[in-house]
Design a protein around this ligand. Structure first.
Ligand code: GLC
Length: 458
């Protein structure tokens, strides 16, 4: 590449580079928001909501049998049947036959009634297929949005995230919306016993393999984490004993201005064009919903400076959302002399030179690397807080992880792990990937809740 062009490209991308000191600053700000979120007097104004989940540290065994699990929170809605049983070591579970339903745009952005009617329709279809319409199964619902719980099976949706917008849901009990939709259909019955966030489901599903798993992390369409906090610090819930899982909802970090000195022009454009401007600013710098679009904006910047594609952008490249996040993974994983990269660019009506391909790859790397290290400052904040609260010299902890960015991007994971380790002296962290965690976790939480309800005599 010509020296001057290389230099100018570098200049543009250098804005994405964060130093360890920056990440330390971010981590400290994140921790202070988390602490404010936990406290009663400051919860209201904290950007990081630290929502109690009513998932506790001392489950008294669980019910055995079939559970239906629902998973709503990304681009797809999934229904699955999970068999929960016990063996000598505790629980085992086998997931059978899951089915995926794509959510039509109008269900995502219409009314809550339309969305939940669609969900009930999918469940009905699934039960038909499994020949199980007659059974009233206990149901666990993984609902991956910020919910203020009153109990494990009751909580109001605070606000939609990740492009969802269905009206009439915010401020309402989500389990109620689901029960009402099932009643409206009238062709099957369900016993909704638990609602959990995907971070919580992920943590729980990994907990059964590794009892040190007390953190759940999602880096997919959105980005969020949960962890087991000492009850005495969870001021929003009465009681001092044991631990409760707290859904941090850290995606909203920055919504009170804590990220202003780190956000770039591209971040502002992505935010302004979203359905929830001013919200989820940290998530918008990391999540898969936004990563491709950030890269596209960087590419347009390079075109405008005459550094890329001969200074011409195709109409497709000028279209919002045209550069998919999976392209970022594919381009960074391209080991075929840019064959894959130019194929992708061809689909965007661009005829790239090898130099163009090289620049596109650099743009992808800049955006995804920043996402990885930003995310590591969040997780380091959580883990360091746990160590501090527990007063342990050495904290050994396992983090259960799920999400397409974490799992599918070729180098996100490695960069993320390395930076987390740098930022957490005195902690020994193991990462395990959850498989089908959302469904299995929801079923396991439901199995425990079901047993508890039976014990209390509900
Ligand atoms: C968004 C949601 C959060 C979820 C995360 C990952 O941040 O608000 O509840 O856990 O996405 O799906």
């Amino acid at each position: 590449m010509e020296q001057s062009v290389q230099h100018e490209v570098d200049q543009i991308l250098s804005e994405f580079r964060l130093q360890e000191e920056d990440l330390h600053v971010l981590m400290c700000r994140m921790q202070s928001e988390m602490e404010r979120g936990l406290r009663l007097e400051t919860n209201e104004e904290a950007s990081v909501k630290m929502l109690p989940t009513y998932v506790r540290s001392t489950p008294d065994g669980s019910e055995v049998g079939d559970f239906l699990a629902l998973d709503l929170g990304g681009t797809n809605f999934r229904v699955m049947l999970v068999k929960v049983g016990e063996d000598v070591e505790g629980q085992w579970r086998v997931e059978t036959k899951h089915k995926m339903y794509s959510i039509p745009e109008d269900a995502m952005t219409g009314t809550a009634k339309m969305l939940f009617d669609y969900i009930a329709e999918c469940i009905s279809d699934y039960l038909d297929q499994q020949n199980m319409k007659h059974k009233k199964l206990p149901l666990g619902f993984t609902f991956s949005f910020p919910v203020r719980h009153e109990d494990i099976d009751k909580g109001i949706l605070l606000n939609w995230t990740k492009g969802f917008k269905a009206s009439g849901a915010e401020g309402n009990n989500v389990v109620g919306l689901l029960r009402d939709a099932i009643k409206r259909r009238g062709d099957f019955e369900m016993d909704v016993v638990a609602m959990v966030n995907d971070t919580v489901a992920t943590m729980i599903s990994c907990y059964y393999e590794d009892h040190q798993c007390e953190v759940g992390l999602i880096v997919g369409t959105g980005c969020n984490a949960c962890y087991m906090e000492e009850m005495r610090n969870v001021e929003l819930v009465e009681g001092e004993d044991g631990r409760m899982c707290v859904n941090t909802e850290w995606g909203a970090f920055g919504d009170r201005g804590e990220l202003e000195d780190f956000r770039l022009e591209y971040d502002r454009v992505v935010d302004e064009a979203s359905v929830n401007p001013g919200q989820q600013l940290y998530e918008k710098m990391i999540g898969g919903k936004y990563m491709g679009e950030l890269v596209r904006l960087v590419l347009l910047k390079m075109v405008n400076e005459n550094l890329l594609f001969g200074g011409e952008a195709s109409d497709k490249l000028k279209t919002r959302g045209a550069f998919e996040t999976q392209f970022v993974s594919q381009i960074e994983g391209d080991s075929s002399d840019f064959k894959q990269t130019s194929n992708i660019l061809h689909t965007l009506d661009v005829q790239p030179t090898p130099r163009d391909c090289h620049c596109v790859r650099l743009a992808c790397e800049s955006v995804s690397t920043r996402a990885a290290v930003m995310c590591s400052s969040g997780l380091a904040g959580v883990v360091n807080l746990m160590r501090q609260n527990r007063g342990e010299e050495l904290l050994r902890i396992t983090v259960g992880v799920d999400g397409s960015v974490y799992k599918l991007h070729p180098s996100f994971k490695a960069k993320f792990h390395a930076m987390v380790h740098t930022l957490t002296p005195g902690c020994e962290i193991i990462f395990i990937q959850s498989e089908e965690g959302s469904g299995r976790g929801a079923a396991l939480v439901s199995a425990v809740a079901y047993k508890m309800a039976a014990l209390i005599g509900h």
